[in-house]
Design a protein around this ligand. Structure first.
Ligand SMILES: C[S@@+](CC[C@H](N)C(=O)[O-])C[C@H]1O[C@@H](n2cnc3c(N)ncnc32)[C@H](O)[C@@H]1O
Ligand SMILES: [Zn+2]
Length: 195
């Protein structure tokens, strides 16, 4: 709907220029702040205590397949996505949307965030103000990459891969906090091993 304003001493009404509002695509709890991280670039930090299972962030964006992500999005915007199924990712698609969608959660092998559903990041334990908020990519990813980890945690795996969700020790550690599509895969493996 058009908004109007009236010049003082005049009866003429002029249409006000539409104001472009910036609409966030993702949700970040008011208890979080993005700032420089020792792990990599910018990271997400707790600025107040967060209770176990509290919602910390919800990823927003467009749903795209792997081919679109690799060919059209990553080359322009860098790593901006969260995997939500075998061939589906949620990501911004334009440079204007990038900042509105980024969560800035770095990977840690000693993560304090897990996933509820596919896009909701929750605290896996009580978190104190000042801690960096991280998730282990093992809870979201089923992919073919292998990268050197710089999380610095005492239990750092050093090399993290897109198949880490298959590691038994991680399946136990992150039980209840895997993305739903991975939780289903873990359950299928469990069923297979019991047959
Ligand atoms: C979605 S970004 C996270 C935010 C990023 N720190 C930034 O400033 O844009 C994911 C990227 O951060 C880097 N990263 C995050 N955690 C890392 C880790 N533990 N070891 C090495 N690189 C990491 C990798 O380059 C990865 O592709
Ligand atoms: Zn690590």
């Amino acid at each position: 709907m058009l908004d109007f304003f009236q010049d003082q001493g005049s009866s003429i009404q002029y249409p006000r220029a539409p104001v472009k509002t910036i609409q966030q695509l993702s949700y970040l709890s008011a208890k979080t702040k993005v700032r420089e991280s020792k792990i990599h670039g910018r990271g997400l930090f707790a600025i107040a205590d967060i209770a176990k299972d509290e919602v910390v962030a919800v990823k927003g964006g467009h749903i795209v397949d792997r081919k679109t992500l690799r060919e059209k999005i990553t080359p322009r915007l860098g790593p901006v996505e969260i995997q939500i199924d075998d061939d589906l990712f949620i990501a911004p698609v334009t440079s204007e949307e990038r900042e509105l969608s980024m969560l800035y959660s770095n990977h840690s092998c000693n993560a304090n965030l897990g996933i509820r559903g596919e896009i909701t990041f929750v605290a896996m334990r009580d978190i104190h103000a000042g801690e960096e908020l991280t998730h282990d990519w093992a809870v979201t990813d089923d992919d073919d990459y292998s990268v050197q980890c710089r999380c610095g945690a005492p239990n750092c795996r050093k090399t993290i891969t897109g198949k880490d969700w298959q590691r038994r020790e991680l399946q136990k550690r992150y039980e209840g906090y895997f993305s739903a599509y991975l939780a289903r895969k873990v359950a299928m493996l469990d069923m297979g091993s019991k047959l």
